[in-house]
Design a protein. Structure first.
Length: 248
């Protein structure tokens, strides 16, 4: 997968050299190209923002540098060879695990993290005519810019790429992944030693009884979801839970 990121803070994206994403890059599974938007700002101060039409606080990112940057990155790509453009914005649709799965199947993503009050609307319209543009938010809070959301989205997407995660099974039972635990948060986990500071582990996990262990994990997942995210249980199809219960 190829990822291009256009930003005024390339150094903000240095965490992409580390850990899972960094390893995917050195292994050649992920081709990440970071671009400085100011390379396409041509005045003496490399200006990328200006005051909003209609007044109001803050600054808006100017269309010309974004237009030149995206033309340069996208080049002459046509049809299915064009990238999906991801525009991080608190006004976007929620970025979910389902979207991470969908985007992880694309060959090429371009991210446009903005600072200030966002990018001149005409840029989104212009590239929306040519490419699949997704305006996405990572949650109901406001950040100072889209760079941290890009780190979040890239990590969520990269770990789904074939061969990136050590154990292919390990994202099958992720919270929010489709499957037996669909719509439930993951329950608690334990490892050695069997006793720590006087605290043991649930006997069922030592029983070797796979059916009972699966049932226990499901009950714990349900309990944690009820406690932390009751909205997920209310939203779920009760029939789906009953069916999954019969499978265990
Ligand atoms: Cl994608 N950008 C900004 N600036 N704030 C956010 C966000 C994105 N998602 C949630 N808050």
């Amino acid at each position: 997968m190829r990822l291009d990121i256009v930003t005024i803070f390339p150094e903000y994206l240095e965490p992409l050299n580390v850990s899972l994403v960094g390893k995917a890059r050195t292994r050649g599974q992920l081709d990440v190209r970071i671009h400085d938007l100011r390379d396409w700002a041509h005045d003496k101060h490399n200006t990328v923002d200006d005051t909003p039409y209609g007044g109001g606080p803050g600054m808006v990112m100017k269309p010309e540098p974004w237009g030149e940057a995206l033309d340069s990155v996208i080049g002459s790509a046509e049809g299915d060879d064009r990238p999906v453009i991801v525009v991080p914005t608190p006004s976007g649709r929620p970025f979910t695990q389902q979207l991470a799965v969908e985007l992880s199947a694309k060959p090429w993503l371009v991210f446009t993290p903005a600072r200030y009050e966002g990018i001149d609307r005409r840029v989104i319209e212009e590239y929306g005519d040519r490419c699949d543009v997704r305006e996405l938010s990572i949650g109901d809070y406001v950040l100072a810019g889209g760079e941290a959301p890009v780190l979040v989205m890239v990590e969520a997407i990269a770990r789904l790429l074939p061969g990136v995660l050590g154990n292919a099974a390990s994202h099958q039972d992720d919270s929010f992944a489709p499957g037996a635990m669909a719509d439930l948060l993951e329950g608690p986990v334990y490892t050695k030693p069997p006793e720590w500071r006087g605290r043991g582990i649930p006997d069922v996990l030592l029983s070797g009884h796979h059916g009972k262990i699966a049932r226990w994990r499901r009950d714990e997942a349900f309990r944690r979801t009820d406690l932390n995210r009751p909205d997920l249980i209310e939203r779920a199809d009760p029939a789906a839970f009953d069916k999954k219960d019969r499978e265990i």
